[in-house]
Design a protein around this ligand. Structure first.
Ligand code: HEM
Length: 227
C-alpha cells in the first residue's frame, strides 16, 4: 500500500516535471543552476553566505506578514506593534523572529565577509563580487537602521536621533542628508514614512538586484581555490 502511494506521488511529480520541461526546458535550466558539484575544499566556513541568504528570506516573509498590521505614523506605530504582540495570532512569534533574524543576518554577513577576506577570495577575477558584497553589507546594515525606528519606542527615537545627527555632522552635505532622512528638521510623521519606504520598498529591491548579481558571479566564477 505504502509503495503504491509512493508510486502515485512519483508519477504525479514526473508528470508535473514533464509538463514544465516540455514548455520551458526546465530540467536543463535546473541542472545548469543547481547541478554543480561542491569543490572538495569547501567546509563549514563556507556556509555563512548561504545562512545570510536564508536569514534574508525569513526577513522577507516575516516582514510581509508584519506589514499587514503595522501602521507607519507617529500616533499609531507603537500601538500597532503592541496590537501585533498582544492580539494578532502568532504576532509575538513573527515579530520576534523578524527582530532576532535581523541580528543574525548582520552577524552572518560579517562572518561571511571575514571568511571571504581570510581566504583572500576577493582576488581577481572576484574583485567585482567583493565590491558587490561591500554594497550588500551596507544594504544589510541600512535595513537594520531603518527598521529600528519603525516600532517608535524610546530606543527607536533616540537611535534615529543619534544616527541622523551623525549623518548631519558630515562636512558640506551633512545637513542636507539629515533633512532628507528626517523629512524636515525633527523626527515626525515624514521621518517614519521615509524610513518605512526605505525599509520595505527601496532596500528590498536593491538587495534583490545585488543578490542576483552576487549569485550570478559566484556561479560564473565558481568558489575560489584555497590559498
Ligand atoms: C546579504 C549579504 C550576502 C549574501 C546573502 C551572500 C551570499 C553568498 C553566497 C551564498 C556565496 C557562495 C558561498 C560562500 O562562499 O559563502 C557568496 C560568495 C561570495 N561573497 Fe557573498 N553574500 C553576501 C554579502 C557579501 C559581502 C558583504 C561580501 C564582501 C564584502 C561578499 C563577498 C563574496 C565573495 C567575494 C564571494 C566568492 C567567494 C569565493 O569564491 O570563495 N558577500 N556570497
Amino acid at each position: 500500500m505504502a509503495g503504491e502511494k509512493g508510486n502515485i506521488f512519483k508519477r504525479a511529480w514526473t508528470a508535473v516535471a514533464d509538463f514544465f520541461d516540455e514548455r520551458f526546458d526546465m530540467r536543463r535550466v535546473v541542472s545548469e543552476f543547481a547541478g554543480h558539484n561542491v569543490p572538495a575544499h569547501v567546509n563549514w566556513l563556507y556556509c555563512f553566505g548561504g545562512i545570510t541568504f536564508l536569514a534574508f528570506l525569513i526577513q522577507a516573509l516575516t516582514g510581509i506578514l508584519l506589514a499587514f498590521y503595522y501602521q507607519p505614523t507617529i500616533d499609531q506605530a507603537y500601538s500597532s506593534v503592541l496590537h501585533i504582540m498582544e492580539d494578532v495570532p502568532f504576532g509575538v512569534f513573527i515579530r520576534s523572529l523578524h527582530a532576532w533574524t535581523a541580528n543574525i543576518m548582520i552577524l552572518m554577513v560579517i562572518l561571511h565577509m571575514l571568511r571571504v577576506f581570510f581566504h583572500a577570495a576577493y582576488r581577481p577575477p572576484r574583485e567585482l563580487n567583493w565590491m558587490t558584497g561591500v554594497i550588500l553589507f551596507f544594504t544589510t546594515v541600512t535595513f537594520g537602521f531603518s527598521g529600528y525606528l519603525l516600532p517608535m519606542n524610546q530606543l527607536s527615537y533616540w537611535a534615529t536621533k543619534v544616527g541622523s545627527e551623525i549623518a548631519g555632522s558630515m562636512p558640506f552635505v551633512g545637513s542636507e542628508i539629515q533633512t532628507f532622512l528626517l523629512g524636515g528638521t525633527k523626527i515626525a510623521d515624514a521621518t517614519l514614512s521615509r524610513f518605512y519606504a526605505i525599509h520595505v520598498i527601496i532596500l528590498p529591491i536593491a538587495i534583490s538586484v545585488l543578490l542576483g548579481l552576487h549569485f550570478l558571479m559566484v556561479r560564473k566564477q565558481g568558489i575560489a581555490d584555497p590559498l
